[in-house]
Design a protein around this ligand. Sequence first.
Ligand code: C5P
Length: 232
Amino acid sequence: MGKDVIIACDFPSKEATLAFLDRFTGKKPYVKIGMELFYSEGPEIVREIKKRGHKIFLDLKLHDIPNTVEKAMAALSRLDVDMCNVHAAGTKEMMEAAVRGLTREDGSRPLLIAVTQLTSTSQERMQEELLIDEDLDKVVVKYAQNAREAGLDGVVCSPLEAGKIHQACGSDFLTVTPGVRFSDGSKDDQVRVTTPAGAKDLGSDYIVVGRPITKAEDPVKAYELCLSQFAK
Ligand code: C5P
């Protein structure tokens, strides 16, 4: 399972997204749709991209009471996304409800992964504002274990955490990792980055790549370079 490149389609509109995907003649990259695009365009954008034959990771990071998350997940399951996510901070009970909501009558369901601690949360903020008095690394691994126990398929994490998470949760527990950059490219606002080849060596199952592909002069070439370094 896994070993694919997911393109983060962080565009403001349907037109911009479809114009971008039109450049990939004959190829159907795995696409991540985030909050900006989903809240601007609604579920129709998911249907449109699915109709074109792409797999979709719908990155909405649900976090609410278990009943609300269960019902929301049932709606996403009917949308036929391939992967979606919740915040592990919502507790195991909420994650179990998410799995129930996602599971269709025939037993099938999209992949479900958890956000542990956002990579924008520093050790200091976690201690001072969230009053979590543990090492960030320990919190990330504990949240990943909770996700595994709740029946989820994996977590979103830094490639640098992938090894530790596989060790704690098993090699079949998926690590989906953003923060990927080409060695000669800009880091943008990402801090701890690795190359596609580095992410492969560290054990990532999927890499999520946005600007190195979407802002490249030749996005198709950049995507293929990612694939050749990571997935082949
Ligand atoms: O453009 P870039 O490659 O930095 O995009 C990475 C994508 O992964 C963005 O959509 C960003 O929101 C998402 N992401 C992230 N770090 C996380 C979780 C998600 O960069 N911890």
